[in-house]
Design a protein around this ligand. Structure first.
Ligand code: DQA
Length: 159
């Protein structure tokens, strides 16, 4: 099972930017924790961060045939990017969107995520722990898909 974690603009500044909102943890620290959990659970995991919309679109597209699921924090692009939304729709695989802050408690322009509308689910407001919750959700979703496929295969062999 392979999960790709995609981090949008300014998330490379975590630990420095607005600590009162995003806390003191650096992105590398969040990724190190995710890597440890992935290892324990036999999950292959890869991390990607970009401040550029097109690079994020490219990375999502590359997941096709390479990954089983995507965990993404599109950051500010969540509120603006139809291109990232279309890329998520195009790959049609499980995608969990994460926001460190609770976007529904913040400025009005952050209260709508146009990308979350095409994701499997959204986790928002749990701080960096949200990425851990996303990993648990993703392995649950992928486990269910594997079980359904196995059942379908067994059924088709019977016929
Ligand atoms: C964020 C919320 C966005 O509104 C903001 O632009 C970010 C971070 C979050 O993780 O809480 O950069 O995605």
């Amino acid at each position: 099972m392979k999960i790709v974690v995609i981090q949008g603009p300014n998330l490379n500044m975590l630990g420095h930017r607005e600590q009162n909102i995003y806390g003191p943890m650096k992105l590398e620290e969040i990724h190190a924790q995710m890597q440890a959990v992935a290892k324990q659970n036999n999950i292959e995991i890869e991390f990607f961060q970009s401040n550029l919309e097109g690079e994020i679109v490219d990375r999502i597209q590359e997941c096709l045939g390479e990954a089983d699921g995507i965990i993404i924090n599109p950051a500010a692009y969540s509120h603006t990017s139809i291109a990232i939304r279309d890329a998520i729709s195009a790959v049609s695989m499980p995608v969990v969107e994460v926001h460190i802050s609770n976007i529904y408690r913040r400025e009005e322009f952050r209260q709508k995520s146009i990308t979350a509308a095409v994701c499997t689910g959204l986790i928002s407001g749990f701080g960096p722990f949200g990425y851990h919750l996303a990993m648990i959700s993703m392995s649950q979703i992928l486990g269910e898909i594997t079980a359904i496929k196995a059942a379908q295969e067994a059924e088709s062999k019977k016929a």
